[in-house]
Ligand binder design. Structure first.
Ligand code: SAM
Length: 298
């Protein structure tokens, strides 16, 4: 499939990321969520291609797009299909001891939302999948059809922050099983909500439950914490870690991690937010928060 440039995922807070992350133009940087390679492309351009960039993503379909996009730009990019939670093994496999910065841009890429049969979007009707790693065992259909109502309620309450209606939505999901497509799930959520909520919510009424299932399928919160803890042994003194989050659960993990870690200078106790201009051009950026910390060294 030939894709136009405009189709690529719009990278979030690019200038802010560059100004915080890049402390040395010929440094080594690790993009733990390479996605379609937008931030990597920006790093290469900003450093006049002097930087070496390791790009990691768990989704090989997205990495293929990054590869196409970056292949003529620099020989200094290595793309690896892996989860960021195995970043230690990736770097050791490449014989890299120390780096100048790690970037994480959490969330879903445009390709995953718009691509065929990935099951992330409530705006389409397709199999209920939501796996970032298509080789992973558990997909969203497995979870909605096999978890107990109490487990579904807990996930929707905690990961979807659907405080008032987690009980009624989980009850409706169990009642409407089997649920195998995104629209079957949307219908079950609709039936679990009072009609005022279906029509009057600021965001689509299925947003929170879809977020909850995506987090559970991909074990996102657990992976973030484990990964942050692994960065330290690969950081040079003065190197930076930059993390973009898209909801408060992720942001809280990142904030607490750096706030409570005396080996880092936490540069953004107040997160950096996208400008109004960026939000206008890329509405998806509106919930983004950038946090940055500097490793003090040993
Ligand atoms: C918002 S996109 C990144 C976009 C990228 N920064 C750009 O500018 O094009 C997030 C990416 O993180 C990837 N991802 C999610 N969980 C991951 C994990 N555990 N390990 C590695 N990558 C992961 C997704 O597959 C997705 O491609």
């Amino acid at each position: 499939m030939v894709r136009k440039y405009d189709d690529f995922h719009k990278s979030v807070m690019v200038e802010e990321v560059l100004s915080y992350l890049i402390t040395k133009k010929d440094g080594i940087y690790v993009d733990c969520t390479a996605g379609e390679g937008g931030h990597i492309k920006a790093i290469l351009e900003y450093t006049n291609k002097m930087a070496k960039v390791i790009g990691v993503d768990v989704d090989y379909e997205v990495l293929e797009i990054a590869e196409q996009r970056l292949k003529d730009l620099s020989d200094n990019v290595v793309l690896i299909k892996s989860s960021y939670k195995d970043i230690d093994m990736v770097l050791r496999g490449l014989d890299i001891d120390k780096v100048d910065g790690f970037l994480m841009d959490l969330g879903v890429s445009t390709f995953q939302l718009k691509g065929e049969n990935r099951g992330f979007s409530f705006a389409k009707d397709e199999p209920l999948d939501m796996r970032m790693d298509v080789q992973a065992k558990k997909d969203a259909a497995y979870i909605v059809n096999n978890y107990s109502q109490e487990d579904l309620r807990r996930i929707i309450f905690e990961y979807g922050e659907e405080k008032r209606f987690a009980h009624s939505i989980s009850k409706s999901i169990v009642k409407n099983r089997p649920i195998n497509t995104t629209q079957e799930l949307v219908n079950a959520i609709r039936k679990g909500l009072p009609s005022s909520q279906v029509h009057e919510r600021h965001r689509h009424f299925a947003t929170k439950t879809f977020q909850a299932l995506r987090i559970e399928v991909n074990q996102e919160l657990k992976n973030i914490e484990e990964t942050l803890a692994k960065f330290e042994s690969f950081l040079k003194g003065g190197a930076r870690v930059a993390v973009i989050t898209f909801h408060s659960l992720e942001d809280r993990i990142v904030k607490n991690f750096f706030k409570n870690n005396e080996r880092y200078n936490f540069l953004t106790p107040k997160p950096i937010l996208p400008s109004q201009e960026e939000i206008k051009h890329n509405p998806r950026s509106r919930s983004a928060k950038l946090r940055v910390a500097e490793y003090k060294g040993v």
